[in-house]
Design a protein around this ligand. Structure first.
Ligand SMILES: [Zn+2]
Length: 292
């Protein structure tokens, strides 16, 4: 699933391409695409796209009266659409803009198409009154942005509730914008166990983790900004994420060790024992199930 760096860079590209375009129509292709009834999307018809922003993993298409809040989920994409076919493959919704007249008399009718591959149909669009986005679902319950969070702010979040730091990082209500890849990368960068509790990490741990968040988010964003379109998960650089059995990148520093995995149904926790757990191998869920 795309995380903060991918969504942020994508918002920048969309704004460069579609900023200032006047919306003429919003077309949902199925009844699950639009998640809200009021206000209606047509409140934005005739208005120019002011900006494309991001909150957590949501894209924000801002028009003067309303903001479209979009979640891509796992397989969703929001991309320029020149074909304008009546039934686009995986099509969830289309934003149609007033055509731009070219100098040579030709018109650019490029629209913006939300697609989602697969059958889950979880990507969607929320229509929210401008100025009320932060107080309205789906973004109202989000924690502070991961990008720019200070050590003190993080320490305060750590103190609120004790939970495993890997779970904390992925919990959008605790901190927004981080997913499976970044949670793995941040724990490794900070040299903390993914299963350390936020309570045990305390203020000192929060300082180290906040610095790791900044590093991982900045690196991811710099890499993603180099691209013309959103990266696939396989294209993203990682030290430990999806690198089970690879050598730890710090092996020159600490001697040979390999990246280990703890598997869960929806994700894998990857870590280096030498860097993160004092050499301890954490029980793999899939193995320990058989031991019960
Ligand atoms: Zn290591």
């Amino acid at each position: 699933m795309p995380e903060m760096p991918e969504i942020e860079a994508h918002a920048e590209r969309l704004e460069a391409q579609f900023g200032g375009r006047v919306l003429t129509k919003f077309v949902p292709f199925n009844f699950t695409a639009l998640k809200t009834a009021v206000p209606a999307p047509d409140a934005a018809y005739g208005f120019a796209l002011q900006s494309v922003g991001r909150r957590g993993k949501y894209l924000l298409l801002r028009f003067e009266p309303i903001t479209f809040v979009i979640h891509l989920m796992q397989g969703g994409r929001l991309l320029a659409d020149t074909k304008l076919s009546a039934k686009p493959r995986g099509g969830q919704a289309r934003f149609v803009f007033e055509p731009i007249e070219g100098d040579d008399g030709s018109g650019d009718e490029t629209a913006l198409l939300l697609t989602e591959q697969g059958k889950e149909r979880r990507a969607g669009v929320w229509c929210v009154a401008a100025g009320e986005v932060d107080a309205t679902p789906p973004v109202d319950k989000l924690g502070p942005e991961a990008a720019g969070i200070t050590a003190d702010e993080l320490a305060a979040r750590f103190a609120e509730k004790s939970m495993r730091v890997h779970g904390f990082l992925r919990d959008q209500r605790m901190i927004a914008g981080i997913g499976r890849r970044l949670a793995n990368e941040i724990c490794w960068t900070a040299r903390v166990s993914p299963f350390a509790t936020t309570k045990s990490l305390g203020a000192d741990g929060a300082e180290v983790v906040a610095a790791a968040i900044a590093t991982c988010v900045e690196d991811g964003l710099a890499e993603e900004r180099e691209r013309d379109e959103m990266s696939s998960s396989k294209q993203r650089t990682s030290a430990v994420h999806n690198r089970t059995d690879d050598e730890c990148p710090r092996s020159d520093e600490h001697g040979p060790d390999t990246i280990r995995a703890v598997e869960y149904s929806g994700y894998t926790v990857n870590y280096c024992p030498t860097c993160q757990t004092g050499g301890k191998i954490l029980a793999d869920n899939t193995t320990s199930k058989f031991l019960k």
